[in-house]
Design a protein. Structure first.
Length: 94
């Protein structure tokens, strides 16, 4: 599985550059590799309007760890790599 940050969900037709909030997306490489060049096969796994960036898998692959400003300041969060899974802060945002 591949996880990445993107602003592809942003509806602003003029583009918002670095002001866009990033969401996290996942592609199951074993299943979606044949369709990788086609839009729509990546699944958004974060739905929070905050800026989610720098995703990486834990060593066992059970969770995605990423940075986000969803609590007001930049912090590190973890969640299962599936759409709508709950996330939990793993660092103190204060």
């Amino acid at each position: 599985m591949l996880v990445y940050a993107s602003t592809r969900h942003d509806a602003d037709p003029n583009g918002c550059g670095s002001r866009c909030a990033h969401g996290l997306y996942a592609i199951d490489i074993d299943i979606d590799i044949a369709a990788a060049g086609t839009a729509g096969f990546a699944t958004r796994i974060t739905v929070d309007p905050s800026d989610d960036r720098s995703p990486t898998f834990t060593a066992d692959g059970a969770a995605v760890v990423f940075t986000s400003d969803r609590e007001g300041t930049e912090a590190v969060f973890a969640m299962a790599p599936s759409p709508g899974a709950p996330s939990a802060a793993v660092t103190d945002a204060s």
